[in-house]
Design a protein around this ligand. Structure first.
Ligand code: SAM
Length: 274
């Protein structure tokens, strides 16, 4: 169990897919163009959301290896991919998705990313909603060891804009940002600094880097994810500093969500480098 349960990953998946940066995805497609096949290593792959968004955008046969340390998430992958394939007139059988223009071999393996990464034999190393969890030291080791193209999508960049505004938004969100920088198993997390750190480090190492925003833009109709984010933010803020003002803020914001008059932009950033 990693703290990222399947229901949260399922709730966020359509928002993640919609938010992805077009220019960064175009850079991935440009890199892949003309290759007879692409072997993809997906770090912290959860239930396979990254594959479900990226694989159909690449026209060639693919071999995906999804790594995660959470057995419950890995166990959910076959059923999730099977339903996804069926929606595209394809079938998943023996670890291969075939039909509907797709030809994808998939392996899902348990792996703790804080240990050695099995990078060899892959053309593209990727991760969705991962890099804001890692430390600067882990990111530096990653950049030193990944010689392949790399694609990091849906990394929070620290921007959160609620509407309507509340006088306590800034104070609560500052506590949330401090919580995001706590240790998530990799040492003190980069949080909203992840993409700036990676972009600077990759350029220093001579890579060509493309970045672009991949914000969630939530409004009336997106109550379920706004409620889930509100609970997560309030819990995170309270974990940093117990303050009754946070609970009052949560209640005010919840009433606006329930009334269908709440909006929220959560800033994210994507990066491709080769
Ligand atoms: C925010 S979730 C994103 C999951 C998936 N990439 C997606 O976009 O739906 C972060 C993922 O990283 C995984 N993770 C966190 N720490 C890890 C570690 N030390 N080793 C392997 N996976 C880890 C979690 O289990 C979780 O699946």
């Amino acid at each position: 169990m990693s703290g990222f349960d399947e229901s949260w990953l399922t709730l966020r998946e359509p928002y993640d897919h919609r938010a992805r940066s077009g220019p960064v995805e175009d850079a991935v497609k440009g890199w892949a163009a003309g290759r007879p096949m692409v072997r993809v290593l997906d770090l912290g792959g959860g239930t396979g959301s990254n594959l479900r968004r990226l694989a159909p955008a690449l026209p060639m046969p693919q071999r995906w290896t999804i790594l995660d340390h959470d057995e419950a998430l890995l166990a959910a992958i076959p059923a999730r991919l099977s339903r996804w394939a069926a929606d595209r007139d394809a079938t998943l059988s023996g670890g291969r998705i075939a039909g509907g223009g797709l030809d994808i071999e998939v392996a899902a393996l348990r792996c703790d990313l804080t240990g050695d990464l099995p990078l060899a034999g892959h053309d593209l190393v990727t991760g969705s909603a991962l890099l804001d969890l890692v430390s600067a030291g882990w990111a530096d080791r990653l950049m030193d060891s990944v010689g392949q193209a790399q694609f990091w999508t849906l990394n929070v960049d620290g921007r959160v804009e609620w509407s309507p505004g509340d006088p306590d938004d800034d104070q609560v969100m500052e506590l949330v940002r401090r919580h995001q920088c706590g240790d998530k198993g990799f040492g003190p997390a980069l949080g909203g600094q992840a993409i700036d750190h990676m972009e600077a480090g990759l350029r220093k190492r001579g890579a060509t880097v493309t970045t672009g925003q991949s914000d969630w833009v939530l409004g009336p109709g997106d109550e379920a994810i706004q409620r889930a984010l509100l609970v997560g933010y309030a819990d995170a803020a309270t974990a940093v500093e117990s303050d009754e003002a946070v609970e009052r803020w949560r209640k005010r914001r919840l009433s606006w969500i329930e009334a269908g008059r709440s909006g929220l932009i959560v800033g994210h950033c994507d990066l491709f480098a080769c």
